[in-house]
Design a protein around this ligand. Structure first.
Ligand SMILES: Cc1cc2nc3c(=O)[nH]c(=O)nc-3n(C[C@H](O)[C@H](O)[C@H](O)COP(=O)(O)OP(=O)(O)OC[C@H]3O[C@@H](n4cnc5c(N)ncnc54)[C@H](O)[C@@H]3O)c2cc1C
Length: 381
């Protein structure tokens, strides 16, 4: 994005303390911690408005941990990191639940837990190993060597502390509770250091900010080249049916290594999302937010195969852009060439699990230089 010479005439100069860019779940949480915990004067700005990115488009699954099964996370990142990130998801959940209980408006949440399901015998073996690793860490789960729903899956893990939430209302309540000033419809297009401050060029304002926090997730590579190759935009597709006369699944269901997800909504519909694994060349590495008919045909077939009792027609289909990180862990840090610019991005499809705790650590890092632990970009050296 740029602005023209003519448009620049409208741009006002403004000095501020801390600017959060991105009004999704991460930006709202960062604004909350910076203002309500650290007492900073915070302005949030967004190219669009609150929750119009992935935060208001996701399936609302609060599923603990990373997008990989627990034993695989231990193999890939080491036991301490896997455990720490698991605890971060628990911290995010307790933060979201606090926001929900303090909300001026009702944010629907269903605390019935989640069911990780195996679609193949191989995945069933993986689930068994994951269950063993979780139990060894005294994490409260239940393993089933069969499909407890009788829908043709091979095994399952029940995670009772997980939940399903209405994510758009959650993003709105987090932003409202941050108490920060919000400037919507105001895209950032350039950042530069300026003698102990940061000049932030946005469509409406030329800010001089003491600190900046980027919560721009999938769009971060378009803001600074530091994120190129570190944050990868991926498209996700969802559908929801007309209301049903029964509840096909009383949990958040999650299968095919997290590529497929399904749940009942608060207004009695059935939600199904996924299909990216089978359509990676279309759905990976794009910021183009549009429906993919091939993925939706796949979702329709999936619905007919595993949920034949869901007869109601599909009422609505949508897509959204997620930010995956290059190593699967969230990215929290400050820009090496602009240390007054912090960031919390790259949740790899698990922002409801990791965004609140990552934003909290990102604010601590930016304002006080405190390491963000397992999610700190210091891991890249
Ligand atoms: C269809 C779908 C299903 C998903 N399901 C789940 C799920 O069930 N559970 C889960 O945990 N996660 C899920 N996710 C992922 C989850 O939504 C994200 O991890 C989370 O929303 C990330 O929050 P965020 O605030 O970092 O990003 P976003 O909500 O994308 O916010 C980024 C914001 O930055 C703004 N922005 C970008 N560039 C600029 C700029 N230059 N200037 C100003 N503003 C800018 C954007 O407008 C946007 O509002 C899903 C995602 C999608 C798309």
């Amino acid at each position: 994005m740029t602005v023209s010479h003519w448009q620049r005439a409208e741009q006002k100069e403004r000095e501020i303390d801390l600017l959060v860019v991105g009004a999704g779940l991460a930006g709202g949480a960062a604004a909350y911690f910076a203002k309500q915990v650290h007492g900073r004067d915070v302005v949030v700005t967004d190219a669009r408005d609150v929750g119009l990115g992935a935060s208001g488009r996701n399936a609302g699954f609060m599923i603990s941990g990373l997008d990989t099964y627990y034993h695989r996370a231990i193999e890939e990142y080491g036991h301490d990191v896997a455990r720490e990130v698991w605890e971060m998801s628990r911290r995010s959940f307790s933060r979201w639940r606090e926001f929900i209980s303090n909300s001026a408006f009702q944010v629907p949440i269903d605390n019935s837990g989640s069911l990780l399901l195996a679609e193949t015998r191989e995945e069933a073996k993986e689930l068994e190993l994951a269950a063993r690793a979780l139990s060894a860490d005294r994490i409260d789960i239940e393993y089933y060597s069969h499909d407890p729903m009788g829908r043709g899956y091979y095994a399952a893990i029940e995670q009772p502390l997980d939940a399903g939430v209405q994510p758009y209302l959650l993003a709105k309540t987090v932003m409202a509770q941050s108490g920060a000033e919000l400037i919507a419809n105001n895209e950032l297009y350039r950042l530069e250091e300026d003698k102990g401050a940061v000049r932030v060029h946005t469509r409406k304002f030329l800010f001089k900010a003491r600190y900046v926090m980027l919560c721009t997730n999938a769009y971060s590579p378009m803001i600074d080249p530091y994120f190129v190759g570190k944050v990868l935009p991926m498209r996700a597709q969802c559908l929801v049916t007309e209301p049903l006369d029964h509840v096909p699944l009383p949990y958040c269901g999650y299968s095919d290594y997290g590529y497929m997800y399904y749940r009942s909504t608060f207004d009695g519909r059935f939600l199904l999302g996924g299909g990216r694994k089978q359509h990676q060349s279309d759905e990976n590495d794009t910021t183009e937010d549009r429906l993919n008919p091939k993925v939706h045909a796949f979702l329709d077939r999936y619905l007919a195969k595993y949920f034949p009792d869901v007869k109601a027609p599909v009422a609505h289909r949508w897509s959204g852009i997620m930010g995956f990180s290059c190593d699967g862990l969230p990215l929290v840090g400050t820009l090496p060439h602009m240390p007054r610019v912090g960031f919390a991005v790259g949740y790899t499809g698990h922002g409801l699990a990791l965004a609140a705790a990552s934003a909290e650590r990102a604010v601590d890092k930016l304002l006080h230089g405190i390491s963000a632990g397992a999610v700190d970009v210091a891991r890249f050296g």
